[in-house]
Design a protein around this ligand. Structure first.
Ligand code: ADP
Ligand code: MG
Length: 390
């Protein structure tokens, strides 16, 4: 293990992260709290994580010199960005411990490989992905089974926050949507009748020890996560149990090391479907910073450094509200400052801003978590906050 506060060849134990967004920023905060030094690599000079890290390397994720410098400065390296080139992780792993492994990140980057992994785990866990077909060429289009329509066409790579997706009602719409996407590799999924969306975060150590965080209930708006609710009774009990054990199975089967988030759908008939995974901490886990005795970022640090993973406990009911750039504009489009004073006057409010200087519509600027003794308390405060945010 890379012990906190230790000196290695006269240098303080140092952790590196590829990607400088808000997830990297919160990783840096967690690493620094334990006494590690940090290095962030990101192409953006003003990246949220780069600005709080001890060291910052401004470079492309494929820049070989930059990767060499990162390896030279760090004793272990992780990623906060799932689209980091898997080859870069593999190159770093030649000289330094890297988690998660390049191969796991490569699977999570590609919906075709990801779904195949989920399907292979389904025999054991009983939780399968939505019925789907792979579309890589014109011939695949013709062979799509009728049961998959209406469906959702998703690009195999680089989709996020509902981008790279199209809802299609019939074969004509499917063909048109696939053309619009440039004929890239896609999956077509059956459109399912969703009752709830939820996600589970687990952390798995190099020794195979796994700890789970509670199951989060997620509400999306325009394809972007808007609200996460985590308290007793947020979801049907059976779905909670199944989602947790399926996530552990998915991590174990990958021999995964690090923090993994898996998203699920609870269908209207109560059954559970696995949707996608992120090989890193996740927006739906931000509440853990304020409501759990170990956050998802603490766990990322521990898995990376090889420290013990004591089972985390949620000590408060929580609701997290994402703060998008839209809130920085009034109804008539004028720039404004959100009503922080009134929001922070609400009991149990925890404001997190990511230090992004430019507010844009749909851009994740921060989040606001309410903690409280029970669901009723946090719901009331979240409703008050929503009214203040307008
Ligand atoms: P992203 O990478 O954008 O998060 P997802 O696969 O999670 O992509 O899809 C985004 C959202 O679209 C989901 O949160 C869910 O609301 C909806 N969705 C995705 N797949 C399906 C499906 N098969 N049936 C119904 N709704 C779906
Ligand atoms: Mg998703």
């Amino acid at each position: 293990p890379l012990l906190p506060g230790s000196l290695i060849d006269g240098r303080p134990a140092t952790l590196g992260v590829l990607g400088g967004g808000q997830l990297g920023r919160m990783f840096v905060h967690a690493a620094q709290a334990l006494g590690y030094e940090t290095v962030v690599l990101d192409p953006d000079a003003g990246s949220p994580a780069g600005r709080v890290s001890h060291h910052f390397i401004q470079a492309d994720y494929r820049d070989e010199n930059a990767l060499r410098e990162l390896a030279a400065r760090c004793h272990a390296i992780t990623t906060e960005f799932e689209n980091v080139p898997a080859e870069s992780l593999a190159a770093l792993a030649a000289t330094r411990p890297v988690s998660p492994a390049a191969e796991c990140v490569a699977i999570a980057q590609d919906r075709i490989r990801e779904k195949a992994h989920f399907a292979s785990c389904a025999t054991g866990s009983g939780v399968a992905p939505a019925p789907y077909a792979v579309i890589e060429n014109e011939a695949d289009l013709g062979q799509v089974p009728a049961v998959l329509l209406p469906g959702i066409l998703k690009t195999a790579r680089l989709g996020y926050d509902g981008k790279g997706q199209a809802r299609v009602a019939n074969r004509d719409e499917l063909a048109a949507a696939w053309q619009r996407m440039g004929g890239v590799a896609c999956v077509l999924e059956q459109m399912l009748p969703l009752a709830h969306e939820c996600s589970v975060i687990v952390a798995r150590g190099r020794d195979g020890q796994v700890v789970s965080l509670p199951v989060q209930r997620n509400l999306h708006r325009d394809g972007i996560l808007a609200v996460t609710e985590v308290y007793e009774g947020n979801l049907p009990e059976i779905a909670v149990k199944q989602a947790q054990s399926a996530t552990v199975a998915i991590a174990n089967e990958l021999n995964y090391v690090g923090v993994l988030c898996v998203e699920f759908f609870v269908l209207q008939n109560g059954s559970l479907v696995v949707n996608e995974m992120a090989p890193r901490p996740h927006n739906s886990g931000h509440y853990t910073v304020d409501a759990c005795d170990a956050s998802q970022f603490d766990l990322q640090v521990r898995t990376l450094a090889g420290l013990p993973l004591a089972a985390p406990r949620q000590h408060s009911a929580a609701i997290m509200l994402n703060l998008l750039g839209d809130l920085w504009f009034s109804a008539d489009g004028q720039p404004r400052t959100p009503p922080w004073r009134d929001l922070l006057a609400l009991p149990g409010a925890h404001l997190h801003l990511y230090g992004k200087t430019e507010a844009r519509r749909g851009r994740k600027m921060g989040h606001l978590t309410f903690t409280g003794p029970d669901a009723g308390a946090v719901r009331q405060r979240a409703l008050q906050a929503a009214a203040l945010l307008g």
